[in-house]
Write a protein that binds this ligand. Structure first.
Ligand code: SF4
Length: 379
């Protein structure tokens, strides 16, 4: 099975904290859908692929800055070129304010069955500080329109640790979102990335972020609240109602193959022997030019040796509450984690961070709090 990711590198306007590969939309946006379709078609015989496809994820950027017709054309190209499972999860990210009820109806009719709405906070003051283009009211309109259009699987993205945010502010957002009843909630702590306008403002003392302890307390309080409201944590920062875990993200965390299309998209799959990871050019101009000449826009390919592949499986798999099935690890590598990393295994055990589960390698909640430290032992 192989997941498909499609990157749309355009936004209405850049948010103050964002270092993703996205730019404010410009004239190149008109050529982009055709280039994507060409890349998908060219890739079929040139890239490693083990079908079928259980999930397609349109991310960005803001995919919904493209007209719904363009997204549908790209999805149809994926469908024509690769063998999508009939019940494939097909998601698009959407920034509130960039899609209408009419767009949602078209997307739903074309087979999109999951929507990921970026809210971040229900507090307009915080949305402004983040440079988001929408208000909470606009999010509510988009959410209602998506439901009316038939989307029965919606994720809402939230963040905590925002400028001036208190625990009460965060819990207020969680309460408002839980009251709406989305099937899935992603709740990430803000990461202050160098080079962003927010980074400069914080460094110059213009705005202050909550300190590390306050963010950890927000996280704990948020997790407890989400649990109370029926959202089970299944990954470090992801929560879902029963059976509504994101199938696409599970492909990443299970270190399964996926093909990424579009500017800066990453792919991961087994080549003729080694596991391969490759990425596309980050330049929109180069991307368009290469595809006009019938060339794939790959910029870099890495061959991952067995030891590194094992580490990646551990690094990604331990993010999940259910961790890594022992049998799956054994089948993939021919040896157990205890044998592959005896010292790391024992150190995690001595810290009391292995969950008591004989079928899986999984961390306790305390172990998950120390995930980065635990991973260092495997390096
Ligand atoms: S909408 Fe998302 S991708 Fe676009 S600038 Fe904001 S955070 Fe970045």
């Amino acid at each position: 099975m192989t997941g498909v990711y499609v990157h749309i590198p355009y936004c209405v306007k850049k948010c103050a904290y964002c270092d993703f590969c996205s730019v404010p939309r410009d004239a190149s946006i008109d050529q982009y859908p055709d280039a994507l379709c060409r890349e998908i078609e060219l890739s079929r015989d040139r890239l490693p692929y083990e079908g079928p496809v259980p999930s397609v994820f349109f991310g960005g950027g803001t995919p919904t800055v493209l007209p719904a017709e363009a997204l549908i054309r790209v999805l149809d190209t994926v469908r024509r070129t690769y063998d999508l499972l009939p019940n494939a999860e097909i998601t698009t990210e959407c920034n509130p304010g960039t899609a209408s009820y009419a767009d949602f109806v078209k997307l739903r009719a074309a087979g999109f069955n999951r929507l990921s709405l970026g809210l971040q906070s229900a507090d307009d003051r915080l949305l402004k500080a983040l440079g988001r283009i929408h208000t909470y009211e606009q999010f509510l309109t988009a959410y209602g329109a998506a439901r009316d259009a038939g989307f029965q699987n919606i994720n809402v993205d939230l963040m905590h640790g925002l400028p001036g945010q208190t625990q009460a502010d965060y819990l207020d957002t969680l309460q408002k979102v839980c009251d709406l009843g989305p099937e899935h909630i992603s709740a990430y702590a803000l990461i202050l990335e160098g080079g962003t306008p927010l980074y400069t403002r914080v460094r110059e003392g213009e705005v202050a972020l909550p300190d590390e302890d306050a963010v950890a307390d927000m996280e704990d309080a948020g997790m407890a609240y989400l649990k109370e409201r029926g959202y089970a944590r299944y990954e470090v920062s992801n929560f879902a109602k029963p059976g509504r875990e994101c199938r696409h993200n599970l492909i990443y965390w299970n270190d399964e193959p996926y093909l990424g299309f579009g500017v800066a998209a990453h792919s991961s799959a087994r080549g003729k022997g080694d596991w391969l990871r490759w990425s596309n050019t980050e330049s929109i101009a180069t991307y368009l030019k290469k595809l006009q000449r019938g060339k794939l826009p790959t910029a870099e390919t890495l061959h991952i040796d067995k030891k590194e592949e094992m580490f990646e499986v551990i690094m990604l798999g331990l993010r999940k509450v259910k961790g890594i099935p022992r049998q799956a690890f054994l089948d993939r590598f021919g040896l157990s984690m205890e044998k592959a990393f005896p010292e790391a295994w024992l150190t995690v055990q001595a810290n009391g961070w292995w969950a008591d589960d004989h079928a899986r390698y999984a961390l306790t909640p305390q172990g998950m709090d120390h995930l980065n430290t635990a991973l260092c032992y495997f390096r």
